[in-house]
Design a protein around this ligand. Structure first.
Ligand code: PLP
Length: 489
């Protein structure tokens, strides 16, 4: 499977669609275009495809087909589980427990409920990124109706003790929702041994198409719908079923389950190789959650004094796709701190990147990545050391090819520079999100160097490390964080 010239190490964000899955989906965009509610043969063909996919998705998590509700992905499944459970159980209580490390689709569903009179307790993971079930037990109240804890972290891959948490929920008669978006298809997820009443998973994380996923609703669990319409998917997810993608998702589940062991071994060995090489070659590197059980494919690494955003921008410029991540000790509210700052983090501060491996990666990909990481970290640190409080000039580029050519030109001339990810508001534009920060004293030389290479620049500005004002959105956010902290204290 080829991804063009890009080396893709961001499989926790999404995965390419498996070729067999594409093949299976195609007829449903063509002759088999019926809707599942039609009484015609076209309708029957689509219904058969969807019901087969339901059996396949159910088999991945050892559930019964009627316990599978197709949705548009894990975001929707999480919203349906949390808001649907809160709505159906609000007569019993209005207290929910979750963790600060959850995905935004869980956190923001909880915040929505807070605005509607529910109380949410946010427990924090420990230094390894793990949630202590004792903290959940402490947070339980008589009016607790739901616990929502992810199976494994999308940031660090740390696997949570969900069996224990689920058992605790069961003992106390509280519903347990588990977000298995990252774990399903990567490690065994078995709803017979995992006492979850609701469990979300997503197709595009396991080599299926985007825009489709499922919510497992254990037999006997009653939740309200959040959408209203013609009653498809047992009334819990009305709307015309996306037949091609549901069918593709079903096959992706079959393939994931078939290959789960072999892929797990292969990917774990690639990740171990990556982490060993990083630790032995790059000073000040730290692997998050390395002391605990993790998913095979995710590696979350911090490099002392280096912002994850800048590192990800550097790797992007050399066609390696990773995600700037947040360390496990950082949480959803810390994400708001990913600021428009143009300078590397101060010495001692850490940024994080998340590299996530797929079965199509090879050992040579890992070697190339470590080589690039080593060089990127060295250059970013060199730049930070050379510009402790002096002005810097930031060059922006109209597209990635100009940004990449500029990076190469500056490297070849051994200039002191650092890639920086553009401020949020500029990221909205379609131009390249890679900017290069240089020492202002080198500005003229770099300007003529870029000109000599025919490299187009979109803009240039000087910045000073101390001058960044906090944006209103960010200020509001921190106020909210303070309120939550006070309430939880
Ligand atoms: N939950 C987790 C843990 C995720 O990693 C993601 C995707 O990044 C989601 C939920 C959202 O999934 P989807 O893209 O299917 O809506």
């Amino acid at each position: 499977m080829s991804h063009g010239k890009e080396l893709f190490l961001d499989h926790a964000a999404t995965t390419p669609v498996h070729p067999d899955v594409v093949g299976l989906m195609l007829p449903y965009f063509g002759n088999h275009f019926g809707i599942t509610t039609s009484l015609s043969e076209l309708g029957r063909t689509s219904r058969r495809a969807v019901e087969e996919a339901r059996c396949r998705a159910a088999a991945l998590i050892d559930a019964a087909p009627e316990e599978i509700i197709f949705s548009s992905g894990a975001t929707e499944s999480n919203n349906l589980a949390i808001i649907g459970a809160a709505s159906s159980l609000s007569g019993r209580g209005k207290h929910i427990i979750t963790s600060t490390g959850e995905h935004p689709s869980v956190i923001n569903a909880c915040r929505h409920l807070e605005r509607r009179g529910f109380e949410i307790s946010y427990v924090s993971p420990d230094a390894q990124g793990k949630i202590d079930p004792a903290l959940i037990a402490d947070a339980l109240r008589n009016d607790t109706i739901l616990i929502s804890i992810m199976h494994a972290s999308h940031e660090t891959g740390v696997v949570q003790p969900v069996e224990e948490i689920g058992a605790l929920a069961r003992e106390r008669g509280v519903l347990f929702h588990c977000n298995a978006a990252q774990s399903a298809g990567k490690i065994p997820v078995n709803t017979h041994t995992l006492p979850a009443d609701l469990l979300s998973f997503s197709s595009h994380k396991l080599y299926g198409p985007k825009g489709v996923g499922a919510l497992f609703v254990r037999k006997g669990t009653v939740i309200d719908p959040v959408l209203f319409g013609s009653g498809q998917e047992q009334g819990l997810r009305p709307g015309t079923v996306n037949v091609p993608c549901v069918a593709g998702f079903g096959l992706a589940c079959v393939i994931a389950l078939r290959d789960i062991e072999n892929n797990g071994i292969l990917i774990t060995s690639l990740r171990e190789s990556l982490e060993q090489q990083v630790i032995s070659r790059i000073d000040g590197a730290r692997i998050h959650g390395s002391g605990t059980v993790r998913l095979p494919h995710i590696s979350s690494i911090s490099f002392r004094g280096v912002r994850g955003d800048d590192l990800a921008a550097y790797l992007d410029a050399v066609n390696i796709v990773v995600s700037p991540g947040s360390a496990q000790s950082r949480t959803w509210h810390d994400q708001a701190r990913r600021s428009a700052e143009v300078l590397p983090e101060k010495e001692g501060e850490e940024g994080t990147i998340r590299l996530s491996i797929g079965w199509e990666n090879k050992e040579k990909d890992i070697r190339r990545t470590v080589d690039c990481l080593e060089e990127a970290v060295r250059r970013i640190r060199e730049f930070a050391a050379a510009s402790p409080d002096g002005d810097v000039t930031v060059f922006t580029f109209p597209d990635k090819s100009n940004a990449a050519a500029a990076l190469k030109a500056l490297k070849d001339e051994d200039m002191v520079f650092s890639p920086v990810l553009k401020p949020d508001e500029l990221m909205q534009a379609l131009c390249s999100n890679i900017s290069l920060a240089c020492l202002s004293r080198d500005q003229a030389r770099i300007g003529s160097l870029l000109g000599a290479h025919g490299i187009e620049i979109a803009g240039m500005h000087t910045a000073h490390p101390m001058e960044r004002p906090m944006k209103k959105k960010e200020r509001d956010f921190w106020e909210k964080v303070e309120q939550i902290k006070k309430r939880n204290a």
